[in-house]
Design a protein around this ligand. Structure first.
Ligand SMILES: NC(=O)c1ccc[n+]([C@@H]2O[C@H](COP(=O)([O-])OP(=O)(O)OC[C@H]3O[C@@H](n4cnc5c(N)ncnc54)[C@H](OP(=O)(O)O)[C@@H]3O)[C@@H](O)[C@H]2O)c1
Length: 337
């Protein structure tokens, strides 16, 4: 089968993206085989090509691309309990099964959920990775009624989900965005909208209880300095605390080196009595079920920027890489079954 792949590590995506003939996936005992209808891209897909994930996993080339998927179950392994042929599903596949921008994908059933019934396959494909990340982040931070939460990059894949979910939980939502996306984030429920091209967000968001930090670089330290004393910084980018590294299987020595690297950040957090936590999501059926219920009850609606045909998956990736996407970038895959 033809699959969207990358052929090596580097920054020049144009040279590294390709469509390759790969064998059809074999279906393990606990796997469901999905006939893919749509896949979504995430920044993780191009960061892996940059080589930023080599510490966690090294891939052989050509390596198939994509974690997010929706489609129809066309076969199940002998031990599968929760799914049957014909089910419409969505999933964020684990690292060792990645490659959703392809006609077929085999996924262990623990990573699969029934697709929300009120939305299209394209809309469903964009939900798993961002949805599971935001759910885990806000559960960890105990975001609830009256929580003042700053959600950076409100117009992105994470931000568009996070604003709606925070509103649903009863939080007061602050968000950063550029001028052209103000109406979008307002329509999703953001209350304090900070146009970062005109205003320094630190002057407005210095009373928040929680910051969802998705920008990285200088923003991580700034978040610790900006959140109110005793507040929480939940990062999904940048410095990973040792607990998170342990959960993804990083060795004690590398964790020790990481601890040295993050010392000043953690010291600053301690000084300000701020809790710093990096969230690395492990999507599972329970979280996917929660997302389905949020979408079916219309508490959260999927926001899609562009849908590309499979043959233009490379263009989709280059577009996502611009860091200007408004919501999710989706790839439609024509499959008859
Ligand atoms: N740890 C995890 O498990 C995990 C999971 C998911 C994502 N992530 C990470 O989280 C980050 C965000 O992911 P995403 O899917 O939301 O990315 P994305 O959809 O590609 O983000 C694009 C959006 O970011 C906004 N943006 C860019 N620079 C900004 C700035 N300085 N201030 C405010 N907004 C800005 C852009 O809006 P404007 O055009 O208005 O600037 C655009 O709408 C990525 O780095 C990703 O790798 C981590």
């Amino acid at each position: 089968m033809k699959a969207f792949c990358f052929t090596g590590y580097g920054k020049n995506l144009k040279e590294l993206l390709s469509f390759e003939d790969l064998p059809e996936p074999s279906v393990g005992r606990n796997d469901v085989l999905i006939s893919v209808r749509a896949a979504a891209l995430n920044p993780a897909d191009y960061k892996i090509i940059y080589g930023q994930a080599k510490l966690y996993k090294k891939f052989e080339f050509p390596s198939p691309i994509g974690f997010d998927v929706s489609g129809k179950v066309i076969a199940v392994g002998n031990s599968v309990q929760y799914f049957k042929v014909g089910d419409e599903v969505f999933s964020k596949v684990p690292w060792d099964q990645k490659g959703t921008v392809a006609p077929l994908i085999a996924v262990s059933e623990g990573n699969v959920g029934i697709k929300p019934r009120n939305i299209s396959f394209e809309e469903a494909a964009g939900l798993p990775l961002v949805g599971c990340t935001v759910l885990e982040a806000f559960k960890y931070a105990k975001v609830g009624l009256g929580t003042r939460a700053l959600i950076h990059a409100g117009s992105g894949g994470i931000g568009t989900f996070a604003i709606q979910y925070a509103k649903h939980l009863g939080a007061q939502v602050y968000t950063t965005t550029s001028t052209k996306n103000i109406e979008l984030v307002k329509s999703l429920g953001a209350e304090k909208i900070i146009d970062y091209t005109k205003t320094d967000y630190r002057e407005i968001a210095n009373d928040v209880d929680v910051i969802l930090e998705s920008l990285g670089g200088k923003y991580t330290k700034e978040a610790i300095k900006t959140v109110k004393k005793g507040g929480k910084v939940i990062a999904i980018i940048g410095y990973r605390d040792n607990e998170t590294l342990k959960s993804i299987g990083i060795s004690g020595f590398l964790r020790f080196l990481n601890g040295i690297r993050g010392f000043s950040l953690i010291w600053l957090a301690k000084k300000r009595e701020v809790e710093y936590k990096h969230i690395w999501t492990f999507p599972n059926r329970k979280l996917l079920d929660e997302i389905r219920i949020l979408v079916e009850s219309e508490a959260v609606k999927p926001i899609i920027d562009k849908v590309y045909p499979f043959e233009e998956a490379d263009k989709a990736m280059l577009y996502l890489e611009t860091n200007r996407a408004r919501g999710k970038v989706i790839i439609r895959i024509e499959n008859e079954v």
